[in-house]
Design a protein around this ligand. Structure first.
Ligand code: HXC
Ligand code: NAP
Length: 290
């Protein structure tokens, strides 16, 4: 496994990015790497304590660049407006927006209240729509190139029980990604997505794999590569998609899951479990008899 940075030193110097949910988990890892590459980063989410701790910690990675935060609930378009306006005032140009903030929990769907469903849709789908809209308007009026990068999930393609609000919302974000790519290419606003497989974070693990669940399922053993994703692997991909190196990639979703979803989809992939010796017998049994 390669777990170091992959892009050229300082290749993002002079670039500015907004990352929602950048105070923890994958958002924090993506922010760290953008900073290491010389970019300025604004992280935005609800919890000011978390944001300010992350800013203090990641400032050590900065040379002539900086990290700052904006308190914002992505469910509120007025909060988003403030983040976007302040960011463009501060830097004149925002080269990319990462819609990474999310909310999720596991539950049988019939146990959910309408408010529980709405809580997830409002963060994941509406938050991403509104951030993309207000960011895009600024880029268009200023005639500036921009890159939108949405963090989705592989169940955006397949759907999934027990996380139905999130699956519905992430599916919507996938459609938003492709739709905006088609419409806004004329403004040089790119729209791409990353669909990560399992990358351990406290936020996701506390909510999706709490004790009673983690005692029954060993997620890591179920994966084709028998390992989780490493945060730097995702950070490398996100930095590439936000950089000028990816300027001919638009409307694309890149899965980074070690083959997880595809391995669960193919009907015969369970034959992995057949021991090598048995294949000779199977071969005899399945060949045309002379
Ligand atoms: C059922 C629940 C619930 C649960 C909350 N609700 N938790 N229902 N099961 N576990 C219901 C509440 O009862 C309420 O409905 C409604 O949801 C809103 O709850 P609040 O607590 O008021 O919402 P809010 O404060 O906005 O918090 C949002 C949250 C919370 C999503 C519920 O968990 C959160 O802040 N999450 C942010 C971080 C996060 O989730 N990270 C994981 C991302 S992982 P009522 O009717 O009672 O008012 C991810 C990875 C996917 O997306 C792929 C992995 C492989
Ligand atoms: P995480 O640490 O819980 O990240 C979620 C972030 O969203 C938090 O920093 C949280 O910050 C922010 N957030 C939540 N609600 C918000 C709101 N209403 N307004 C603003 N910010 C809000 O979990 P993660 O695992 O890193 O997830 C990051 C992204 O990766 C998510 O989009 C998730 O769906 C996706 N993903 C993760 C995995 C995985 O295995 N980890 C797999 C597939 C996809 P505040 O609490 O400060 O608001």
């Amino acid at each position: 496994m390669y777990n170091k940075g992959m892009l050229k030193d300082n290749c993002l110097t002079g670039k500015n990015f907004i990352i929602t949910g950048g105070g923890s988990g994958l958002g924090k890892s993506m922010s760290s790497y953008l900073l290491e590459l010389g970019a300025n980063v604004i992280i935005a989410s609800r919890n000011e304590d978390k944001l300010s701790k992350t800013v203090n910690e990641l400032t050590s990675l900065c040379k002539n660049n900086e990290i700052s935060y904006s308190v914002c609930d992505v469910k509120k378009s007025e909060d988003i407006n403030i983040v976007i306006e302040d960011a463009f005032k501060k830097y004149k140009n925002i080269d990319g927006l990462v819609n990474n903030a999310a909310g999720n929990f596991i539950s049988p769907t019939e146990r959910l209240s309408p408010n529980a469903f709405a809580a997830i849709i409002d963060i994941v789908l509406k938050g991403t729509c509104n951030f993309s809209l207000l960011y895009g308007k600024q880029c268009i009026s200023r005639k500036q190139k921009g890159k939108i990068l949405n963090i989705i999930a592989t169940y955006s393609y397949t759907g999934s029980g027990y996380v139905v609000p999130s699956a519905a919302a992430k599916g919507g974000v996938l459609s938003l990604t492709r739709s905006l790519a088609a419409e806004w290419a004329k403004y040089r606003i790119y729209s791409n997505a990353i669909a990560p497989g399992p990358f351990p974070t406290k936020g996701a693990w506390d909510r999706l794999f709490p004790k009673p669940i983690s005692m029954f399922f060993d997620m890591e053993k179920r994966l084709p590569l028998k390992r989780y994703g490493n945060h730097q692997e995702l950070a490398n991909l996100s930095a590439f998609l936000l950089s000028d190196f990816s300027d001919y990639i638009n409307g694309e979703v890149i899965t980074i899951d070690g083959g997880e979803w595809i391995s669960k989809a193919g009907q015969f992939n369970m034959l992995n479990k057949v021991p090598e010796k048995l294949w000779s017998l199977i071969s005899k049994a399945t060949r045309k008899k002379k």
